[in-house]
Write a protein that binds this ligand. Structure first.
Ligand code: CP
Ligand code: NVA
Length: 312
């Protein structure tokens, strides 16, 4: 692989990462190479963000995203400041964005609604990174692609199966995997399909890359022959009042020995975490030797460093 210097040679052309497609195809490929280099040689990047401050705004809880983004900024030599709580309640979002604009060099935000992150980007001139919204989780998908590539050496031609809700994580994985030439299959119950506009975009990406996209209610069909089987919670943050009804709707969509057994013998199990053992995944699969969930969590750090290097 070509050696990358500590200064990235490819910068992101879009000012913000609000959704996965803000990263152009060649930028996505470069980011994954940079993430591997950052992982291998972290010290070479230790002062890349010297003198830069980044605001972290979290409307929802977080373990991985919050700590890995803070650590990434720190290990790149920058400073972070964080705030928790709803955005746009005490004062209008457009005022918050214009305050931050005067103080910091970037904003990372975890929000309930995609419109909030878009508003922050509209009203500030500094780069804004989506740390999860109702529609997307782009930072997660980047780390996940890094994880799959580390395991199989490549991505093109592999099959990624997502079992569960057609949610933010499913959207980001779909949009990212197909662009990298991976076949993507989603198995979900009736009533929990992914957003139709995002599926239409994904179909366009599949047509370009030649990869296949399958959205089915048949979990076995989705998982059959997959290199990676991915699960996420049935009830996402903000949907807690639907937990009972969702448990009923999703009970046949648990990744357990029987379902995982339909994937390839060398398939890996993936989960963005946090996981609800006994719901979307059995304890045995979470803990098995082919579970790469903590590799994914580790790669959140490296992939986000690469992203920060390309954006700031
Ligand atoms: N996977 C993920 O985003 O985890 P957190 O919600 O803990 O940040
Ligand atoms: N779909 C989950 C992902 C958590 C990282 C949620 O939005 O709560």
């Amino acid at each position: 692989m070509t050696r990358l210097s500590h200064a990235p040679t490819v910068k992101m052309s879009a000012p913000d990462l609000l959704r996965d497609l803000d990263l152009a195809d060649e930028e996505l490929h470069y980011l994954l190479r940079l993430a591997s280099d950052v992982k291998r040689s972290p010290r070479e990047y230790a002062s890349a963000l010297a003198g830069k401050s980044i605001a972290l705004l979290f409307e929802k809880p977080s373990l991985r995203t919050r700590l890995t983004i803070e650590l990434a900024i720190k290990q790149l030599g920058g400073d972070s400041l964080s705030l928790e709580g709803p955005i746009g309640v005490r004062e209008p979002l457009k005022d918050i964005a214009r305050n931050l604009d005067r103080w910091v060099n970037g904003i990372v935000a975890r929000v309930f609604s995609q419109t909030t992150i878009e508003g922050l980007a509209e009203w500030s001139s500094v780069p804004v990174i989506n740390a999860l919204s109702d529609l997307f989780h782009p930072c997660q998908a980047l780390a996940d692609m890094q994880t799959i590539r580390e395991r199989f050496g490549e991505l093109d031609g592999l099959k990624l199966a997502f079992v569960g809700d057609g949610n933010n994580v499913a959207h980001s994985l779909m949009l990212t995997a197909l662009r990298l030439g991976m076949d993507f299959a989603l198995g979900c119950p009736r009533g929990y399909l992914p957003n139709p506009d995002i599926v239409a975009q994904a179909e366009g990406l599949a047509a370009v890359s030649g990869a296949s996209l399958v959205v089915t209610h048949d979990a076995a069909q989705a998982v059959s022959g997959a290199h990676a089987v991915y699960a996420d919670v049935w009830t996402s943050m903000g949907q807690e009042q639907e937990a009972v009804i969702r448990r009923r709707a999703f009970h046949e969509y648990q990744v357990n020995d029987a379902l995982f057994g339909l994937a390839r013998p060398d398939a890996v199990f993936m989960h963005c975490l946090p996981a609800k053992r006994g719901e979307e995944v059995s304890d045995a699969i979470m803990e098995c030797g082919r579970s790469v969930v903590f590799d994914q969590a580790e790669n959140r750090l490296h992939a986000q460093k690469a992203l920060l290097l390309m954006m700031l």
